[in-house]
Design a protein around this ligand. Structure first.
Ligand SMILES: Nc1ncnc2c1ncn2[C@@H]1O[C@H](COP(=O)(O)OP(=O)(O)O)[C@@H](O)[C@H]1O
Ligand SMILES: [Mg+2]
Length: 246
């Protein structure tokens, strides 16, 4: 059984604009699914539906065979594209602990989970630092830590490489690959396929609110250009589409 199953999902904005049109796909446990498509194709709207921030117009979202409901709002941990807007704490440590504090967990558990998340994302040495003084890559890692600490079943990353310099991309990509190796299930939205495709299990291409194709990267990647996503195909073999050096 798939971990996440989306069937015939449609979403419409109040003005009547249909941003998602009968989307069906699934995500297996431990999988890294990369979703791509040009601006406005519906990627962010889809993640917001999965997170439960938008109520679908029709269709279903099931997690481990059960319909997702509002009480499952921590099932999907969503890291927004605009990392800065997601940072609320005065320090790195406080920011990561923020979500746990809202759950009113015992203090020791909050401390332990915050420490673990800081270690996972290599932020321990920044624990007392003010988030706004972090580099772009560190900020992005902080937002991932703040979501991971909530122990979501799926980690959803919206354009995790946007506005990062080269070292920032490497830092974030290294962590994404490490989390996958640890068994995390990840949905990664990006149009920068050359940075990450080598690590993806499957690729899904969206166009105008619909799925153009979803499947193994080698069969789906050749359709990227007609969906408005440029990849240096032909020049770089699929397994070399990563910014990580080995
Ligand atoms: N709040 C909104 N109201 C109306 N239309 C919106 C809103 N947010 C996004 N859209 C439209 O929905 C479509 C999909 O947007 P989005 O999911 O953000 O695209 P992307 O694939 O770039 O993430 C776009 O055409 C966008 O203009
Ligand atoms: Mg978007």
């Amino acid at each position: 059984m798939a971990l996440l199953d989306v069937q015939d999902l449609s979403f419409q904005f109040p003005g009547g604009y249909r941003a998602l049109d009968r989307i069906s796909f699934s995500v297996g446990a431990g999988e890294l699914l990369v979703i791509s498509g040009k601006n406005g194709s519906g990627k962010t709207v889809l993640l917001r539906c999965l997170k439960g921030l938008y109520r679908p117009f029709s269709g279903s979202i099931t997690m481990q065979g059960r319909p997702m409901e509002s009480r499952d709002r921590h099932a999907v941990g969503l890291v927004f594209q605009d990392a800065e807007s997601q940072i609320v704490g005065q320090t790195v440590e406080k920011d990561i602990a923020f979500g746990l504090e809202n759950l009113r967990l015992p203090a020791e558990e909050i401390t332990r989970r915050t420490r673990d998340a800081m270690e996972t994302l290599d932020l321990t040495s920044h624990a007392r630092q003010r988030p706004r003084t972090l580099s772009g890559g560190e900020k992005r890692r902080l937002t991932i830590a703040g979501v991971l600490v909530m122990d979501p079943m799926i980690l959803a990353l919206d354009e995790p490489f946007a506005n990062l310099d080269y070292p920032g991309v490497i830092q974030v990509l290294e962590k994404i690959v490490m989390l996958k190796e640890q068994g995390h299930t990840i949905i990664l939205v990006t149009h920068e396929l050359d940075k990450v495709l080598a690590h993806a299990d499957r690729l899904m291409l969206m166009d105008a609110g619909r799925i153009r194709a979803v499947g193994p990267c080698d069969t789906v990647a050749p359709l990227a250009e007609e969906c408005g996503v440029r990849i240096p195909l032909g020049r770089i073999p699929l397994e070399e589409m990563t910014w990580l050096k080995d």
